[in-house]
Design a protein around this ligand. Structure first.
Ligand SMILES: *Cc1c(COP(=O)(O)O)cnc(C)c1O
Length: 480
C-alpha cells in the first residue's frame, strides 16, 4: 500500500470535485425544502424498481446525484407537504439537514464510551425527562420509535414481577396486561415479542373515550381470582384513531393500589405536556408513570427515526438490560470510559446519533416554537371540525379531542355507501395531490381522518381541503 493511500476507492480521491458535488446536492435538497408546499406525494413510476437496481460497478458521483434528484427526491411519502394529515407522521425540519451532515462525518456509535455524542444524548434525555415531570434520577434513551420503546419498557416491567426472568425466562408465571380498547398495536406486538402473548392483553372497554377504570378494577380482580398475575397497565396519551387520552391520574391511582407498572404510550400525545394549558391537562398524571414511550419523529416534527423511552427508576431500567462481555468492559479513563453506557439501557449495542437532530431542533427553533406548533395543530383540527360542520352533508365521527379530526363526507348515505365514498375520496385526493387524509372505522363506517402533526399546515390548507372533499362528495355522490 502506498503512503499516499487515501482510503482506497472508498474515499473521494479528488477532494475539490467531491466538495462541488456535495454542494450541488445540498442546493437541490434546500430547493426541495423551500418548495415543500409544491411537492405533494406522487405515485412512484412503474419502473421504479428497475431504476433503483444496484449497478455495483461504481459510478461517477455526479451521475448518482443526478439520479438522486430525478428518482429519489421526488418520490417521498408526502409527509413534508402542508396538506398531509394521513396517519400520525411528522413533517421533518430543516434542522435535520444540518444535523445529518454533521452526524454523517462524525459517524458516532452511541452504544457507549467517552465521546461527545453520548453527552449530547444525555442532555436530550434530560430535557425530555424534565418536560414529562420525571425525577432527575430517571433514565432514558433514544430509540427507533415508540414500538421499540414499548418493548424496552415492558421488559423492565416484567422483571419487577419475575425476578429471575433474565436467567430462567417467564416460566409458568401467567402475566396479564391491561390497556384500553383502541390501544396502539405496538403494545400487542411488544407483548407477543416478549412471550407474554396477545391473549394476555386484556382490552378494557372505553367510557366517554377513556379507559373505564371501574371495568379495569373488575377485570383485575377476576384475573387475580383465576391465578393470573396482573403486572402492567398501559395508558394511552393520544390514541391513533381519534386522539383520545386516558385519565392518567386515575390510572396512576389504580397502578399504585394494585401494584402494577404504569406505562404510558405517549407516541405523539405526550407532547401535549409542552402545549398551551388547556391541552396540557390531557396528560396530567403522566409524571406518575413508571415508563413513557414517545416519539420525536411525530409531534416534535424531527426527521425519522427518533423515539424515546423514559423509565422512572433507573435501577430497574438498567437491571433489565445491562450485560457486557469482556471485550466491552469500561475503563476509568480513556475512550473506554464514559459510564454509564447507553447499551446497558436498551436492545442495541451499536446506536446511531439521533441526539444531534433533536438538539439542533431545540437549539435552533426553541422550545416555544414547538409548543406553538403543537397548540396550533390542535386549533387546526378544530378549524377542520368547524368547516365540516358548516357543510350540510358532512358530519363529524367524534368530537375533536386534540389534533385528530374524523368525519364522513356524506352522512345522508347508508353506512356501506358512506364507507365506499369516503375511501374513494381519500384515494382521489391523494392522487390529485390536493390533500392526504387516511381513513378509520367509527361505529361501522369508514370515515376520513386527519391527524395533524404538521408544522407546515395553514388555515387555508384546511379550508381548501374540506372544499375539495365537498366537491368529490358531490361528484361521486351523483354518479353512485
Ligand atoms: C405511532 C404510534 C406508535 C408506534 O410508534 P412508532 O414510532 O411508529 O414505532 C405507538 N403508539 C401510538 C399511539 C402511535 O401513534
Amino acid at each position: 500500500m502506498q503512503d499516499d493511500f487515501k482510503g482506497g476507492k472508498l474515499d473521494p480521491q479528488d477532494a475539490d470535485a467531491f466538495r462541488a458535488q456535495a454542494h450541488r446536492l445540498l442546493d437541490a435538497c434546500l430547493d426541495q425544502l423551500e418548495t415543500a408546499d409544491e411537492r405533494p406525494w406522487q405515485c412512484p413510476p412503474d419502473d421504479i424498481d428497475q431504476r433503483y437496481e444496484i449497478q455495483a460497478n461504481g459510478r461517477d458521483v455526479d451521475d448518482v446525484i443526478d439520479q438522486i434528484q430525478g428518482d429519489v427526491l421526488p418520490y417521498h411519502g408526502g409527509n413534508t407537504h402542508p396538506k398531509f394529515w394521513g396517519w400520525v407522521q411528522g413533517s421533518g425540519l430543516a434542522s435535520d439537514l444540518i444535523a445529518s451532515m454533521a452526524s454523517s462525518v462524525v459517524n458516532a456509535n452511541l452504544g457507549g464510551r467517552h465521546h461527545g455524542a453520548n453527552h449530547m444524548e444525555r442532555a436530550v434525555v434530560d430535557w425530555a425527562r424534565a418536560k414529562m415531570g420525571f425525577p432527575e434520577t430517571a433514565s432514558g434513551l433514544l430509540v427507533a420509535g415508540t414500538s421499540q420503546a414499548t418493548v424496552i419498557s415492558f421488559q423492565a416491567a416484567r422483571l419487577r414481577v419475575v425476578k429471575d426472568l433474565r436467567v430462567s425466562g417467564q416460566g409458568a408465571h401467567h402475566l396479564t396486561a391491561y390497556a384500553a380498547a383502541g390501544v396502539h398495536n405496538a403494545t400487542r406486538k411488544a407483548l407477543e415479542l416478549l412471550g407474554v402473548g396477545a391473549d394476555n392483553l386484556r382490552l378494557v372497554p372505553l367510557k366517554n373515550g377513556q379507559m373505564d377504570v371501574d371495568a379495569l378494577r373488575d377485570m383485575l380482580h377476576q384475573d387475580r381470582a383465576k391465578g393470573c398475575i396482573p403486572f402492567l397497565l398501559v395508558g394511552t396519551a393520544g390514541s391513533v384513531d381519534i386522539g383520545g387520552f386516558d385519565d392518567l391520574t386515575a390510572l396512576a391511582d389504580v397502578a399504585e393500589n394494585e401494584g402494577l407498572w404504569l406505562h404510558v404510550d405517549g407516541a405523539f400525545g405526550a407532547w401535549t405536556r409542552i402545549a398551551a394549558p388547556a391541552i396540557r391537562t390531557l396528560t396530567d398524571g403522566i409524571e406518575r408513570a413508571d415508563s413513557i414511550a414517545l416519539d420525536f419523529h411525530k409531534w416534535m416534527y424531527v426527521g425519522y427515526d427518533c423515539g424515546m423511552v423514559l423509565i422512572c427508576n433507573e435501577e430497574e431500567h438498567r437491571a433489565a438490560f445491562a450485560a457486557r462481555p469482556a471485550y466491552l468492559q469500561g475503563a476509568d479513563r480513556g475512550l473506554a470510559g464514559g459510564e454509564p453506557w447507553f447499551t446497558d439501557y436498551g436492545i442495541d449495542l451499536s446506536r446511531g446519533n439521533r441526539a444531534l437532530k433533536v438538539w439542533c431542533a431545540l437549539e435552533i427553533y426553541g422550545e416555544a416554537a414547538f409548543a406553538d406548533a403543537i397548540t396550533g395543530n390542535c386549533q387546526l383540527a378544530r378549524l377542520m371540525a368547524d368547516e365540516v360542520t358548516t357543510q350540510p352533508l358532512m358530519a363529524l365521527g367524534v368530537d375533536v379531542i386534540s389534533n385528530i379530526c374524523v368525519f364522513t363526507a356524506r352522512r345522508d348515505l347508508p353506512a356501506a355507501a358512506q364507507s365506499a365514498l369516503n375511501s374513494e375520496i381519500a384515494q382521489n385526493l391523494q392522487e390529485s395531490g390536493e390533500a392526504v387524509f387516511s381513513t378509520t372505522g367509527i361505529n361501522g363506517v369508514t370515515m376520513l381522518r386527519a391527524a395533524i402533526t404538521n408544522h407546515r399546515t395553514r388555515p387555508v390548507d384546511i379550508v381548501a381541503a374540506i372544499k375539495a372533499v365537498a366537491r368529490e362528495a358531490c361528484d361521486l355522490g351523483e354518479s353512485s
